[in-house]
Write a protein that binds this ligand. Structure first.
Ligand code: AMP
Ligand code: ZN
Length: 110
């Protein structure tokens, strides 16, 4: 838990947020400012600043973020139509919340 980190506060339930899914290691919730019909964030409970700060010890959680992203895509019915899973990395990469999170976006009509 890092002071003044919004996603630590959300994961810790200090900032009430509706979780679509939660386990001991991660939480999943809708992005407050969606960029697509489906826009979900998959967030480890452990405070990791960005992809740049990952170590070998984080291999399992990174893999789990992606697997949960895949499952959430199925639950949100965008698996067949397609979706994007991505990490923004540091300011130049568009990151504004410096607590690792995987974006799942999809649901566009085509
Ligand atoms: P990033 O630009 O990768 O750091 O993404 C941060 C994302 O967090 C943005 O898409 C924001 O809309 C989203 N966000 C910020 N505050 C909240 C919040 N309280 N609940 C849900 N999503 C949020
Ligand atoms: Zn944090």
């Amino acid at each position: 838990m890092e002071n003044d980190c919004l996603f630590c506060k959300i994961a810790n339930k200090d900032v009430p947020t509706d979780f679509l899914y939660e386990n001991d290691r991660l939480v999943v919730f809708r992005d407050i400012n969606p960029h697509a019909p489906v826009h979900i964030l998959i967030v480890p409970k452990k405070h990791i600043r960005s992809i740049n700060n990952l170590t070998e010890a984080d291999n399992e959680i990174v893999s789990e973020l992606i697997m949960v992203g895949k499952e959430m895509a199925k639950k949100e019915s965008v698996s067949e139509s397609g979706y994007k899973l991505f990490f923004n990395v540091e300011r130049g990469g568009g990151q504004v919340i410096f607590h690792l999170h995987l974006h799942l976006i999809g649901g566009w009509k085509r």
